[in-house]
Ligand binder design. Structure first.
Ligand code: PNS
Length: 162
């Protein structure tokens, strides 16, 4: 069975992430979407909230599992007996970081963790969780950017309706 991990912060999950998850779920038998629990960052949503949002938004994809992890991705992948990480590439601006990340993971896993890049659908190439958080923080309309359930969570977090 082919399994791939799609790791990320997902703070919150956007239509760009959903597009990558959907396409990856058609390429592999099993996808584990895993939220990084990083205590050194102060995310908008807790890990539990991010996991719940991901579960709600991917419930229709039967081969997708939602999880969370702490520490190094290579250690988590080994624990899951998984040798492929998926990352989305929106634009050249992502490339430097993603190349470094993929090469580092390949090296420190001693060749055990490959990274497969999926290029983001053009419709979402401008989209990031940071942008979504900023718009929502100013009580803007994010309904074109994130699924309905995530919209509701954002409106609740920032105390408004749209
Ligand atoms: O959505 P993001 O913030 O771009 O995701 C980044 C993420 C979570 C995939 C990455 O930061 C990660 O896997 N961190 C875990 C720590 C790690 O394995 N670092 C690798 C050495 S550079």
């Amino acid at each position: 069975m082919s399994t791939a991990i799609y790791p990320g912060s997902f703070d919150p999950v956007t239509y760009g992430h959903i597009d990558i998850i959907t396409r990856a779920s058609g390429m592999f038998d099993h996808i584990i979407v895993s939220v990084l629990n990083n205590p050194s960052k102060s995310p908008l949503f807790t890990v539990e909230e991010r996991v719940t949002m991901l579960k709600e938004c991917t419930a229709h994809l039967k081969n997708v599992e939602i999880d969370s992890f702490s520490g190094l991705l290579v250690d988590y992948a080994r624990e899951k007996n998984c040798h492929i990480a998926i990352r989305g590439l929106r634009a050249m601006t992502d490339f430097d970081y993603e190349l470094h990340f993929a090469q580092t993971n390949f090296t420190i896993s001693k060749g055990d963790l490959e990274t497969v890049f999926l290029t983001t659908d053009l419709a979402y190439s401008f989209l990031s969780s940071t942008t979504v958080r900023e718009i929502a923080s100013f009580h803007g309309d994010v309904s074109e950017l994130v699924p309905k359930y995530v919209c509701k969570c954002l409106y609740k977090k920032f105390g408004y309706e749209n």
